[in-house]
Ligand binder design. Structure first.
Ligand code: RIB
Ligand code: CA
Length: 310
């Protein structure tokens, strides 16, 4: 079976970690590299967390490159309240990374991977889009040779999660999100509209059969995030935002997609980071993304549990 080359861009917090595990446990994929960016936690912490996840999985030598330590403009925002101050539910003190990261040039690592697989590579971005915006600015022609770009981000017909109308990845770097949405790339958007319909419950985690180091790691890193979701979202578990982006790459039939003209607000005092979709019936604006508007949540959860928890 010809493997599908993929590349991940992450700000490894808990759901990014679960997305990396799902990608590595999917034989359909050949993971060509991972770039890290400031988001849930600092760049240094997101990079260390990514290396820790690869160590825990005893993953093959996959290049990991640190990217942007801050958004294109303004200060960095983080989400320690959701993922724990260290981004992985406080467990990293017990799991210091052993492997080393590759160079600091995340955009360079990504562009190199695209040139190795012109027209074939799928880029899955589950973080603020700073690295992607910098890669587009450096070499837009190469970025246009992506087979597709799958972005976890935005909120179209539902409220935001980090503000009334803004989702975290877009709010953390609105300018970068606007650059990526406006670059004319083959883009699939996986917004909160679908990711908040996919909940990993404590019961599912506890029921996973294997009690090995990976299951223990997953149990530990999800504890803090599930407590946050229970308190603040009234959810019995945690939303699988980032793993669903990997799921869409694995099986696009899991979602129903709608071509929409979407851009990102960058100026609003209350709306910066808002994904602005033109939903008018007679929309005359050209679509900028295929937006996932419905998801077969149970079918995805079944796939996730089988590949990640067992
Ligand atoms: O809004 C959810 C997104 O923001 C996820 O990617 C999560 O990891 C955080 O980065
Ligand atoms: Ca993320």
């Amino acid at each position: 079976m010809q493997k599908q080359p993929i590349f991940l861009d992450v700000d490894t917090g808990v759901d990014d970690a679960l997305a990396i595990i799902l990608a590595l446990r999917s034989p359909e994929f050949s993971l060509q590299g991972i770039s890290t960016v400031s988001g849930n936690v600092s760049l240094a912490q997101a990079t260390a967390n990514t290396l820790t996840v690869l160590d825990i999985l005893d993953a093959p030598c996959i290049p990991v490159s640190a990217g942007a330590a801050a958004p294109l403009f303004g200060p960095a925002i983080t989400a320690g309240d959701v993922h724990g101050d260290d981004g992985l539910g406080g467990v990293t003190r017990a799991f210091p990374p052993t492997r080393r990261r590759a160079a600091e040039d995340a955009a360079g690592l990504l562009l190199e991977a695209i040139r190795r697989f012109p027209g074939e590579l799928i880029l899955i971005a589950t973080a603020p889009l700073t690295n992607l915006a910098l890669a587009i600015r450096r070499d837009p022609e190469t970025m246009r040779q992506l087979r597709t770009l799958i972005v976890m981000g935005g909120a179209i017909r539902v409220p935001g999660n980090v503000g009334p109308v803004s989702e975290f990845n877009f709010a953390a770097d609105p300018e970068a999100a606007a650059v990526v949405l406006g670059a004319g790339l083959p883009l699939t958007l996986v917004p909160l509209d679908v990711t908040e319909r996919v909940t990993l419950t404590r019961r599912l985690v506890e029921e996973s059969s294997r009690g090995g180091a990976i299951q223990t790691f997953i149990r530990q890193i999800t504890t803090a995030t599930m407590a946050f979701h229970r308190e603040h979202e009234g959810a019995d578990g945690m939303f699988l935002h980032d793993p669903l982006a990997v799921g869409v790459a694995l099986d696009p039939s899991l979602v129903r997609q709608e071509p929409l003209a979407v851009t990102v607000e960058t100026q609003g005092a209350f709306t910066a980071g808002m994904a602005v979709a033109d939903l008018r019936r007679r929309c005359r604006t050209a679509p900028t993304a295929n937006v996932c508007v419905e998801v077969e949540a149970d079918r995805f959860l079944d796939l996730f549990v089988k590949r990640v928890l067992y």
